[in-house]
Design a binder for this molecule. Structure first.
Ligand code: NAD
Length: 285
């Protein structure tokens, strides 16, 4: 028996990275899945966003678990497209029990050099897109007087980050949004919580800009980024985390195990936020 037997989960940004881990974990635990993602570039980021192949691979992995999946090509900034994905999900699967608002982008520049376009795209996807996703499922969940919403914030929803003030602002913003959704939907028996991932190995963090940030200099390498991960984490023998760490936490929040948990945010960062400065002596064995 799975923790999500008979449920239906809608996951934004569901075709790869953490989103795919959420989709496969939900399916493994007995849920049917709706993924919403883009398959063509729509924002200016220094890495590739999801492709049609990513979409297809998540579909393959969910179906291999004998669960049903709808894959919608939709931008989280497009309310009509989100509403259509919800309507299709309800028509085909009967109901939607879970929203994991996970879609996001990451770009870097000192705050005084961010362009209007970078700012607007970041707030549009990482903050407004979460509001629109929650808005798309809320009427249906209210009608059924049941549901669970999990929002992906970041450790940067709690602490700042060098050269991405727009990302930090959006990730702080979704925690406020999460609390308000939890407040307003509690009377309907609907819960809302968020997760603060630390350093997670996904395509978003697998490019030169991320390597440089963790290496502490330009021309950094992937190996230096992994080394930097030991200094980011506090827990013994821990560097970058796999997406499954976040999927496991969302699974808990979306299951009956968290039936009385709403309005909280959970860091999953190997102790990073506890570090009062730098972890000068990372233990790796
Ligand atoms: P990722 O880039 O692999 O996944 C993000 C997904 O969102 C991609 O599939 C992408 O195509 C999709 N997406 C982007 N813009 C979209 C849009 N406008 N509409 C619909 N889908 C869109 O990266 P990830 O690490 O899996 O990111 C998942 C979430 O985790 C993001 O919200 C990210 O900010 C957050 N996060 C990541 C890290 C990390 O270290 N990777 C740390 C903290 C928080």
């Amino acid at each position: 028996m799975g923790l999500l037997d008979g449920k239906v989960a809608l996951i934004t940004g569901g075709s790869r990275g953490q989103g795919r881990a959420h989709a496969v974990t939900c399916a493994r635990e007995g849920a049917d899945v709706i993924i919403v993602d883009i398959t063509k570039p729509t924002t200016d980021v220094p890495y590739t966003l999801a492709t049609a192949e990513d979409h297809a691979e998540t579909v393959r992995q969910v179906e291999a678990l004998d669960r049903r999946i709808i894959a919608a090509d939709a931008d989280v900034r497009d309310q009509a497209a989100l509403d259509a994905a919800v309507a299709r999900g309800v028509a085909e699967f009967g109901h939607i029990d879970i929203l994991i608002a996970n879609a996001g982008i990451w770009t870097q520049a000192p705050f005084w050099e961010l362009t209007d376009q970078q700012w607007d795209e970041m707030i549009g996807v990482n903050l407004t897109g979460v509001w629109k996703s929650a808005k798309a499922v809320a009427p249906h969940m209210i009608e059924r007087k049941s549901g669970s919403i999990v929002i992906t914030s970041s450790a940067n929803g709690i602490e700042p980050g060098q050269n991405y003030a727009h990302y930090v602002s959006a990730k702080h913003g979704v925690i406020g949004l999460m609390k308000n959704i939890a407040l307003e939907l509690a009377p309907y028996g609907i819960r809302c919580n968020s997760i603060n991932p630390g350093a997670i190995r996904t395509p978003m963090t697998d490019h030169q800009g991320a390597w440089d940030m963790f290496a502490g200099h330009e021309g950094g390498t992937e190996a230096e980024m992994i080394e930097g991960g030991y200094h980011y984490a506090l827990l013994r023998n821990t560097t970058w985390l796999e997406p499954q760490a976040i999927a496991d936490t969302a699974l808990y929040l979306n299951s009956h195990l968290a039936a009385n948990v709403t309005g909280v945010t959970i860091p999953v960062d190997a102790g990073h936020l506890l570090i009062p400065g730098v972890n000068a002596n990372p233990v790796r064995e």
